[in-house]
Design a protein around this ligand. Structure first.
Ligand SMILES: O=C(O)CCC(=O)CC(=O)O
Length: 261
């Protein structure tokens, strides 16, 4: 059963559609740094995963397929047939599922700081357990330490605080349900079905999904290339918004010029 996702649509009604999909423990607001550069050119669709932000919180566990079906139901409801998709971490996992499930609908794909298989299982079990039994506050410090480099923690504490507030506000059951979706995920067999030209973005200092994970995606997706954002950890779009937006726009520009492949 799909849920009705909370979503925000911005940009010209006749512009190409770009879906932005967020990481575990965040909302659609994690894309705020990229919105000014994107909303004049694209019909932007940002949303909150089930169990996150203002979307419904059904009891977990969830699966990546369920998260992907939620997105397709949202797009069908909006009357969107063809779209490009950019997802970070959990958002990228959903992007791989969607682009391999309905390859004919996806024009261009951007997979950021993500992986097709992300173990170990015990880590996701433990995070789900802590979220449900102790609440999100017990997870915030450890998780946000991996989201940004030590330099960013020093130089832009206000961005770190904003990210901590977003994570702390995530419903524990929703966070746990998505941890269980990642625990069960293995998208490797689906990657060969992706037809969209794909950009894989990694953060040079990402301890969660390091650049080797991006390399594996590039090898397995038929038409993929990689970009590494230097001096960025897991939430590379927040840590280095300018180079991130440049890479994104460069990859998506054929859609704006009316030639998607
Ligand atoms: O960020 C995600 O969407 C999943 C990976 C993750 O939780 C990274 C981390 O905090 O270790």
């Amino acid at each position: 059963m799909t849920v009705e996702l909370h979503h925000v649509v911005e940009g010209p009604a006749d512009a190409p559609v770009l879906v932005l999909s967020s990481s575990l423990g965040t909302t659609h607001r994690m894309w705020d740094p990229q919105v000014p550069a994107l909303r004049e050119r694209f019909r932007l669709v940002r949303y909150d995963h089930r169990g996150h932000g203002s979307s419904p919180v059904p009891p977990g566990p969830y699966s990546i397929a369920e998260l992907g079906q939620d997105v397709l139901a949202m797009l069908d409801g909006l009357g969107v047939e063809r779209f490009s998709f950019c997802g970070l971490s959990l958002g990228g996992m959903v992007g791989m599922w969607v682009a391999s499930e309905v390859p004919e609908r996806v024009e261009r794909l951007v997979l950021c700081c993500t992986s097709a298989l992300l173990g170990p299982r015990e880590l996701w079990d433990e995070r789900a357990r802590v979220a449900r039994s102790e609440g999100m506050e017990a997870l915030v410090e450890g998780v946000v330490e991996r989201w940004f480099t030590p330099a960013l923690h020093q130089e832009r504490p206000e961005d770190v605080e904003r990210a901590k507030r977003m994570l702390a506000a995530t419903p524990p059951e929703g966070y746990a349900g998505c941890c269980e979706a990642i625990r069960e995920m293995d998208l490797r067999d689906r990657l060969g079905r992706i037809q969209a030209p794909t950009l894989v973005i990694s953060g040079s200092d990402d301890p969660a999904t390091p650049p080797e994970h991006g390399e594996r995606l590039r090898e397995a997706i038929p038409e993929a290339r990689t970009v590494v954002i230097e001096r960025a950890a897991h939430l590379a779009n927040i840590e280095r918004p300018e180079p991130f937006a440049r890479a994104l726009l460069e990859h998506l520009s054929p859609v704006l010029e009316g030639r998607s492949s």
